[in-house]
Design a protein around this ligand. Structure first.
Ligand code: PMP
Length: 429
């Protein structure tokens, strides 16, 4: 494939944008080469500036669960844009999307809209601290909760891709309040809780991790965390930015039957526009301004365009619940197909999958936490795999530490083409 125009555009971008991108993993720095500039997208396909057509397994890093330019979402945005883009006053549509979210997600009474997943988790932790009166938090190595200071400690996703899981610029004062635990290791959490008695406000985690590849919670892990929190008064915060409205209408809380105290959303809830949200039962949400003392705000929070896109997306998912089964089946089909061809080609691999989140790791050992994800990252093999897929028109995340996001727009023909390509590329690894 030829990427001449993309490379020209990237050269121009680098002159005025740091690294030429507005979010690091887009830059292809980890895999080498220039990133591809996209001109338009429809359904499961991206069309780049050079006229190449790609099957998309990133889907804007998760939001586009129904594929690109999904008509009900686009129509809703166009309609509302004609009436003005932002008022800075309450609007009816904010209540509509909140009502629907509260109906779809178990165990929440109220939800507050923000503009990104980062804002959602940052605000959730402030709320947890305000509610409990305690300052420390427990996070897990390899989990990514956006780029606010408290979370850039052994963070996954782009932070680890670029070798800076602990970012300069985060003060030691902030870092000392973030306690680090091993994913899927309850004993480790118990030790931390014991050693910091009465100082911990919350335990935050991706209840299915997606930022060190996909890592499912071990059996009993979420239940164990729930129990620790119940016994100690620590709040359990599920960062469902990736999993929310994807793994089930009510996210992991519904799919795995474990309740959190605060839940964070992003990605799907905005239908591809900038939206995040956090939600909890009344008792906790009433600690938020203007009712309660914990301050949190946003000029563009609840923006009409974003709410229209999100409402259209959630309405689709709520009214066509078969989508969740359909997308899980498609991902299982891809899983089986890739497993078969990778095995036939004698590649060392591990595929992790929960519902429509899936990742391929180029190592034989089980990938259950950050350390095993790093061991199996096998960057040389991954990079070859990535470029081989791309050369054949398949766009996966340009990092070994990311999950593939399946959209329901993918047809079985697209999946077959992808499996054939994995077969072809495996022979070159
Ligand atoms: N939490 C999780 C689990 C995420 O995957 C991400 C982004 N990938 C975030 C938080 C941050 O969201 P945003 O990029 O919208 O700030």
């Amino acid at each position: 494939m030829i990427y001449k125009r993309s490379s020209e555009l990237f050269a121009l971008a680098q002159k005025v944008i740091p690294g030429g991108v507005n979010s690091p993993v887009r830059a292809f720095k980890a895999v080498g080469g220039d990133p591809i500039f996209i001109k338009k997208a429809e359904g499961p396909y991206l069309y780049d500036e050079d006229g190449n057509k790609l099957i998309d397994y990133i889907n804007s890093w998760g939001p586009l669960i129904l594929g690109h330019a999904h008509k009900p979402v686009i129509d809703a945005v166009i309609d509302i844009a004609k009436k003005g883009t932002s008022f800075g006053t309450p609007t009816e549509i904010e209540t509509k999307i909140a009502e629907l979210a509260v109906k779809m997600v178990p165990n929440i009474d109220k939800i507050r809209m923000v503009n990104s997943g980062t804002e959602a988790t940052m605000s959730a932790v402030r709320l947890a601290r305000g509610f409990t009166g305690k300052e420390k938090i427990i996070k897990f190595a390899g989990c990514y909760h956006g780029h606010s200071d408290s979370f850039l400690i052994q963070a996954g996703s782009g932070a680890v891709t670029f070798g800076t899981p602990n970012s300069p610029g985060v003060t030691q004062g902030t870092a000392k309040d973030t306690l680090l635990a091993k994913y899927n290791d309850l004993d480790n959490v118990k030790e931390l809780v014991e050693a910091n008695k009465d100082e911990i406000s919350c335990i935050i985690l991706e209840p299915v991790a997606g930022n060190m590849g996909c890592i499912p919670p071990a059996e009993g892990f979420l239940e164990g965390l729930r129990k620790i929190c119940d016994e100690t008064g620590i709040l359990l915060v599920f960062d469902e930015v990736m999993t929310g409205f994807r793994l089930a209408p009510g996210g992991v809380q519904e799919r795995m039957g474990v309740n959190a105290d605060i839940v964070c959303f992003g990605k799907v809830i905005g239908g591809g526009l900038p939206v995040g949200a956090f939600a909890a039962r009344n008792e906790i949400m009433e600690y938020l301004a203007p009712v309660g003392p914990v301050y949190q705000a946003g000029t563009l929070s609840g923006n009409p365009l974003a709410m229209a896109a999100g409402l259209a997306m959630l309405t689709e998912l709520d009214s066509k619940r078969e989508i969740f089964e359909s997308i899980d089946k498609k991902t299982a089909y891809l899983h089986e197909g890739m497993e078969k061809v990778l095995t036939e080609n004698n590649i060392d691999f591990t595929i992790n999958r929960v519902g429509s989140m899936i990742s391929v790791h180029f190592g034989k050992e089980p990938v259950t936490d950050f350390a095993s994800a790093a061991t199996s990252a096998n960057l040389g093999t991954f990079n070859k795999f990535f470029h081989g897929m791309l050369e054949n028109g398949i766009y996966i995340a340009p990092s070994a530490y990311e999950t593939w996001f399946i959209s329901d727009a993918l047809s079985y023909e697209d999946l077959d083409k992808t499996i054939e390509t994995v077969d072809k590329v495996s022979k070159t690894l």
